[in-house]
Design a protein around this ligand. Structure first.
Ligand SMILES: Nc1ncnc2c1ncn2[C@@H]1O[C@H](COP(=O)(O)OP(=O)(O)OP(=O)(O)O)[C@@H](O)[C@H]1O
Ligand SMILES: [Mg+2]
Length: 252
C-alpha cells in the first residue's frame, strides 16, 4: 500500500483537481484506491459527486474516527465513490485541527487512527489536503511515504517550490519524500509558461521526477462541477491525465 499526499502549501494550484482525477485514473487501471479528503472544503469529494448533505448521523466521516469517546470504525467511514475507488470525506475540519493540536505525537497520530488500513487491500491511499501549514498537514506529511507536488506553471508558484522543503525540514522529515512535481494549468499559447516550465525542470529535474504538464482547460473545471472525473467527461483532458497516472505507476 503506497501512501501519497498531493500537497503544496500554496492554495488553488490544483491539489484537489489532480488528486481525484489521478485516483480515478488509477482505479480504472485496476488499482484499488482510497482517497482521504482532508481538504477543509471537501473539494475532491465534491468533485467526485459526493455531497456533505449526504452526511446524516449514521453517515460517518474522518471526523468520527477521532471522536475520543465513541471513535467510529474505519470501515464505517469509507464510501464507495466508483469501482475500485473509495473515499473518506471530512466534516468539522476546524475541530479536527483543534484535536490534532492537542496531540503530543503528531508523527504517530495517523498511524494510530488509520491502523485498520493495514488489513485492507488498497494499492494506493491518497490524501487531498488544504493549503498552508496546519496540524492536519503536519500529520499527513509524517504519515505518507511520498509527496506529489502540483505546481502551477507561473513565476510565483515556480519560485515557491522550495517552501515545501522548508516545511518538511521544520518537521524534521526528509526532503526525499517529495517524489514528483506535476506542472499544472500550463497555458499552451504563452511563452512565459514554457520558460517557467524550463525553470522548474532546471531547478528540480536532477532530484525528482517532473511529469508531463496538465494544460489549462475549462473542461477540467467543468468536470469537477459536474461531480465527474475527466475520465467521465473529457477525452482530451483524459490523455493528459493518463500520462501522469502512468508516470505515478512507474515511479512511485
Ligand atoms: N488544469 C486545469 N485547467 C483548468 N482549471 C483547473 C486546472 N487545474 C485546476 N483548475 C481549477 O482551478 C481551481 C483550483 O483548483 P483546486 O481546487 O484543485 O486547487 P487546490 O490546490 O485544491 O485549492 P485549495 O488550496 O483551495 O485546496 C478550480 O476551480 C479548478 O477547477
Ligand atoms: Mg483543494
Amino acid at each position: 500500500m503506497k501512501k501519497i499526499a498531493i500537497m503544496n502549501q500554496k492554495g488553488g494550484v490544483g491539489k484537489s483537481t489532480l488528486t481525484y482525477n489521478i485516483a480515478h485514473g488509477l482505479s480504472l487501471r485496476n488499482k484499488k484506491i482510497l482517497l482521504i479528503d482532508l481538504d477543509g472544503q471537501n473539494d475532491s469529494s465534491l468533485f467526485l459527486g459526493y455531497s456533505s448533505e449526504d452526511n446524516d448521523d449514521n453517515n460517518k466521516t474522518f471526523f468520527h474516527l477521532i471522536d475520543k469517546r465513541y471513535p467510529a470504525k474505519l470501515h464505517e467511514c469509507i464510501k464507495k465513490a466508483r469501482h475500485n475507488l473509495d473515499l473518506i470525506p471530512n466534516s468539522n475540519i476546524s475541530q479536527i485541527e483543534a484535536e490534532f493540536n492537542r496531540e503530543a505525537r503528531i508523527d504517530l497520530l495517523l498511524n494510530e487512527v488509520l491502523k485498520d488500513l493495514n488489513d485492507m487491500d488498497y494499492d494506493y491511499v491518497f490524501f487531498d489536503s488544504g493549503p498552508q501549514r496546519t496540524k492536519i498537514n503536519d500529520a499527513i506529511l509524517c504519515y505518507v511515504d511520498s509527496i506529489i507536488m502540483p505546481v502551477q506553471v507561473e513565476a510565483a508558484s515556480v519560485r515557491a517550490t522550495g517552501n515545501m522543503y522548508d516545511y518538511l525540514s521544520d518537521l524534521r522529515l526528509d526532503g526525499d519524500k517529495i517524489k514528483m512535481i506535476i506542472p499544472n494549468m500550463m497555458d499552451k499559447r504563452n511563452n512565459d509558461a514554457k520558460e517557467n516550465l524550463d525553470i522548474l525542470k532546471m531547478t528540480h529535474e536532477d532530484s525528482i521526477k517532473i511529469t508531463s504538464p496538465i494544460y489549462r482547460r475549462v473542461k477540467i473545471t467543468e468536470a469537477g462541477k459536474n461531480g465527474q472525473s475527466v475520465f467521465e467527461y473529457d477525452k482530451e483532458s483524459q490523455k493528459m491525465f493518463i500520462e501522469v497516472v502512468k508516470t505515478i505507476e512507474e515511479e512511485i
